[in-house]
Design a protein. Structure first.
Length: 94
């Protein structure tokens, strides 16, 4: 048996966001106008809509992204290190 999670976010009392996720499925998101009582009254319908979506496609399609660009080789120059001696000692800070 798989687990279904429901996350409800209530904004200013007039709008709500609902996220529903099932084990091994991508989440489904809904935006509703109304308060918590409105969301709870439609929750069964939202879970059923999410379940119907998961029957067809449980995961979002993989993105067809181009391969990352390979870094260009750069020439490294030898860095000269010199130690400059202060002309006068630095005064103590404390």
């Amino acid at each position: 048996m798989s687990e279904t999670k429901v996350v409800i976010t209530i904004g200013d009392g007039k709008a709500a966001k609902v996220g529903i996720q099932k084990t091994d499925c991508d989440p489904v998101f809904f935006k509703l106008d109304g308060d918590l009582a409105t969301v709870i009254n439609t929750l069964t319908s939202l879970v059923n809509q999410a379940a119907a979506k998961w029957q067809n496609n449980s995961r979002y399609p993989k993105a067809d992204l181009p391969a990352p660009a390979q870094p260009t080789p750069t020439t490294r120059f030898a860095q000269q290190t010199t130690t400059a001696k202060p002309s006068s000692p630095q005064p103590p800070m404390f």
